[in-house]
Design a protein around this ligand. Structure first.
Ligand code: ZN
Length: 502
């Protein structure tokens, strides 16, 4: 171990400990904390955040990082941590402290304003605050941009290193050219897919029991993880021996089931991170897109696959006898794959999902790099929904006000959601060449699939970026054609489009 890194390590350990505490409070706040805890716990969180910031953002750490960067005896893992930290410090260093703090205050205010505007269904309430958020984001990106780099590319890099507008334009153009006509064909198809039986009066206990079974079945390890209820499902982790998922229960029986499989996919990534990486700056998933690729891989490619349900469908029927006793496996699998345009991204099916993301990508680009004004945003949003999905939102809460991301200043985040699906499809077709994928599902041997993903993806944490992982695993750089092929194969079959599409 290198001596410069030895000196840096206690600072890193301290920062990670603060971060673990912060994560635990966030989790608690969303799940178990009593209503009135908010304000006083907020004080604790604010002190801990300050401590985290101080642990790494001080002169001694900056000096040590400089030393480490010159040190060629660093191990690969040490060098990766130094790289992450110095990127983080550079980011903070180029922003004047007053502006950084003002922005932190602005975004916490913006989330409150957005919540209110969504409740009132009034974009006008949110517009002036959103305008300020965008101005700050553009200013910060300008500080950080390297010679000639576009501002939106700076923002994209934060979520998906290795991707920029040039690559994403190609990706989303493919999505637009291929998926929009496919959706039209699905809508014009005479095939009616029944899914009425998925809605009913199911108790939380009933849903939780089968949900826990499914989590365990896909590999969620309850000796290293817990599951709770929150308004919006999410996954969080302290380290690879403590990963936490949440779900919510409602009148759709597939809603909690697939959210549990989705979050379990995120959790498996975190369980799979190597012991020497966990609790370090490189001990998380490679990127938001790669993380989403794992959750969506389990939710969709595995979870909506007939072969997955074959060995366990009877168990599901027993869990929901009132709904499923008379419903055969084929009817059920068709129902969970039904495609229909809707307004809400988080409730979208696999086919329309990426179109929701395409719209956000195009609008963000125009807001940051083009001349779209905040005032024009609701109309631009509705126009694009009409153009790509064939529906026009009547309310702003189901239109431009539906997502929290912009109020938090998370510009550049959305593309990861679609990239995740596309990464997953590329991995899927490669894995089919290496193993009898569907055969393994039919035999319930998910451990073979899980182990493959752990070996090629999970274990590395942030040691590799998403494009490197794809190249090393599939022998090919990111290629969106697999995603198009996956959706075409699935929906042409389900909606009997084979003849019309050829
Ligand atoms: Zn997710």
């Amino acid at each position: 171990m290198s001596r410069s890194f030895d000196a840096l390590k206690p600072y890193l350990d301290r920062a990670m400990a603060m971060q673990s505490a912060l994560v635990l409070f966030e989790w608690d706040d969303a799940t178990l904390a009593p209503k009135q805890a908010g304000e006083l716990t907020g004080n604790v969180i604010s002190i801990l955040s300050g401590e985290y910031f101080q642990a790494v953002n001080n002169d001694e750490v900056k000096r040590l990082v400089k030393e480490c960067r010159k040190d060629d005896t660093l191990t690969q893992v040490e060098a990766a941590q130094v790289r992450e930290l110095s990127e983080e410090l550079d980011k903070l260093d180029c922003i004047p402290k007053e502006e950084y703090q003002a922005f932190a205050r602005l975004t916490s205010e913006a989330v409150r304003v957005w919540t209110e505007a969504k409740e009132q269904d009034d974009f006008g309430l949110f517009a002036p605050t959103l305008e300020k958020v965008i101005q700050y984001k553009k200013k910060f990106a300008g500080y950080r941009a390297e010679d000639g780099q576009k501002k939106y590319d700076v923002m994209l890099h934060d979520y998906e290193p290795g991707f920029n507008m040039e690559l994403l334009d190609q990706f989303f153009e493919t999505v637009k050219q291929e998926i929009v006509p496919l959706l039209r064909a699905v809508q014009n198809s005479k095939v009616l897919v029944r899914d009425d039986f998925l809605t009913g009066e199911f108790t939380d206990e009933q849903q939780e029991r089968i949900g826990r079974f499914l989590a365990e079945y896909v590999g969620f390890d309850f000796s290293k993880g817990v599951m709770a209820v929150s308004a919006h499902p999410f996954t969080t982790n302290l380290h690879n021996k403590d990963v936490r998922i949440t779900t919510h229960y409602n009148e759709r029986l597939d809603s909690s089931l697939f959210s549990i499989i989705h979050e379990s996919g995120h959790a498996l990534y975190e369980f799979g991170i190597r012991d020497d990486l966990t609790q370090t700056l490189v001990g998380q998933g490679a990127s938001t897109g790669m993380h989403e690729s794992q959750s969506r891989f389990f939710e969709n490619i595995i979870g909506r696959n007939k072969s997955f349900w074959l060995p366990i469908y009877e168990k599901l029927q027993e869990a929901f006898p009132e709904a499923l006793t008379d419903i055969g496996l084929d009817l059920f699998v068709n129902a969970i794959n039904k495609a229909a345009p809707g307004f809400i991204r988080t409730e979208a099916d696999e086919l329309t999902y990426s179109l929701h993301v395409l719209i956000r990508y195009e609008l963000e680009k125009q807001l940051i790099e083009g001349d779209l004004s905040v005032e024009e945003l609701p109309k631009a949003w509705a126009d694009k929904y009409e153009e790509y999905l064939g529906i026009r939102p009547k309310h702003q809460r189901e239109g431009v006000l539906q997502d929290i991301h912009w109020s938090q200043g998370s510009f550049g985040y959305f593309p990861s959601y679609a990239l995740g699906s596309a990464f997953g499809a590329q991995l899927y077709y490669h894995m089919k060449k290496e193993m009898d994928f569907e055969g393994l599902l039919e035999e319930g041997k998910l451990d073979v699939i899980r182990e493959y993903l752990r070996e090629h993806i999970h274990q590395y944490g942030k040691l590799k970026d998403s494009r490197t992982i794809l190249k090393d695993t599939t022998g090919e750089d990111f290629n969106p054609d697999y995603y198009v092929r996956y959706l075409k194969e699935k929906y042409q079959k389900l909606y009997h489009l084979e003849k019309e599409m050829e």
